[in-house]
Write a protein that binds this ligand. Structure first.
Ligand SMILES: [Zn+2]
Length: 144
């Protein structure tokens, strides 16, 4: 029998896109080792990606609004907290959030999680960073 006394728990997901350049390069390694590890991302002047960021909240569906949160809150948070800092920027040189951080998709996901967690708290379930149509990182705040 369906329990109608407690709120159903659902996932709410919003995707946004941004364009940014980066260079993945470790000065402790030779150029050949960097090429082998990072491929085209190690190019001397960097290169660009058309990134997609997926943000998933998990929470109770409010009986009055029928929503977990208004999805425009996610859209606005991603714009203000992330896209204003990263969109059409070089992540190695021109992003406050990524300063001093190797701009891999994994590190992007962790940084985006951190700023979104400050906004959404326990509602934040998952951040996805799609670097190419073939490469996707998922981060859920776990450490270990
Ligand atoms: Zn790249």
């Amino acid at each position: 029998m369906t329990d109608r006394t407690s709120a159903p728990i659902a996932l709410l997901q919003r995707w946004e896109t941004f364009c940014a350049a980066h260079r993945l390069y470790d000065e402790r390694m030779t150029p050949e080792q960097n090429d082998a590890l990072y491929g085209p991302c190690a190019r001397e002047f960097g290169h660009g990606h058309n990134y997609r960021i997926g943000v998933t909240l998990k929470g109770g569906v409010d009986a009055r609004t029928g929503m977990i949160v208004n999805i425009t809150e996610i859209k606005q948070a991603v714009q203000e907290l992330i896209l204003d800092d990263m969109d059409h920027r070089h992540l190695n040189h021109d992003s406050r959030l990524m300063r001093g951080i190797n701009p891999t998709a994994e590190n992007l996901a962790v940084v985006c999680w951190t700023v979104l967690h400050e906004r959404f708290g326990a509602l934040l379930h998952e951040v996805q960073i799609e670097e190419t149509a073939n490469n996707l990182v998922i981060y859920r705040g776990e450490r270990g």
